[in-house]
Design a protein around this ligand. Sequence first.
Ligand SMILES: [Mn+2]
Length: 389
Amino acid sequence: MNQSQVNHLEIPTKNSHNNSQNKIIPIPTNLKIEALRKNLEKYSNTRQLIILQDFPDPDALSGAWAYKLIAQQYDIESDIIYAGTLSHQENIALVKLTNLPVQRWTVETTKKKDLSLYQGCVFIDNQGTTSQLTSLVKPTLPVTAIIDHHSLQDDLKPEFVDIRPAVKATATILTQYIQAGLLEFDSNTAEHIKCATALMHGLRSDTNQLRQATDEDFLAAAYLSRFYDSSLLDAVLQSSRSKRVMDIIERALSHRWIDNNFSISGVGYLRALDRDAIPQAADFLLTEENVHTAVVYGIVHDKQEELEVVIGSLRTNKITLDPDEFIKEAFGMDAQGRFFGGGRSQAGGFEIPIGFLSGFNDNSEYSQKKWDVFNAQIKQKLFKLVNPK
Ligand SMILES: [Mn+2]
């Protein structure tokens, strides 16, 4: 590929729509491309950890893989890790069918690892706030890069940073760096075809199957279309919903409470394995007429670790509603001054620890009481925002 041509790749910005001149500026700027290149050169011949959120989605998984392949060009070996679960059937299918090189490192296993084997860590599609591994890794390893599209968290001070909340998918950002020449995709290399397919899936899933894609996402998808394997993507997408997910969607539907075009539903207890049913249920509630925003939450319990936490998801198609602001305003901060959640454009999430009340209890009356208290508290906090009068 002609590099000088690619480096001047011009992509219209979001603002360009409002600008009568339709001014076009390159994104990422050549300055950013150079900064990432320099950062990769600096860490040449080292090992890095690529840290994902505890429950990685296709956008995170594919973006991390693209970063790993880019870093390989600079003789950086990296391991992609996450601490939670791959809970969505499509995520499991993606990892299995593309052989996506991701590893689960729990808090316990990470404590036993020799982190001195690594010289840096990178955060892709997150900024460290949604991974249990951040606090374990941060004291030992420098944060060499963050590439993300969630609202700025400003917790870590990375050497290289590219955080663009206006972009709908991290896969789009990584594709732009590939297009800029940091990695030359080759349609004869199986690994590149699979990574392009994963990126296409990540990009599609964070843009509601391209329905909410912006110019930048479409341009990235157009580029990926030259390399990806459409039948492999079909296979990933055909992984159907499990009965448990259907049950939870059904519960969300029967418990939903609609007010002022918001649809809000508490689904009670669910297993850690099924936690991805929460965003899927929120997606489903959003399909009802006159509903512009859906919030679904439940208490996720991990029987082995005796851990319980309230997990919630927000989905909206209301352009003026900022999920990040909405969640921060609704739930506020914990005692350490950290918000219970946040978001990006059109989607957000929250996690509220149950603390002392945590622990799965077989006594159904006790469990019911506990759920009722949390349910009432969350509804009350949401109600204040949904119906301010
Ligand atoms: Mn994302």
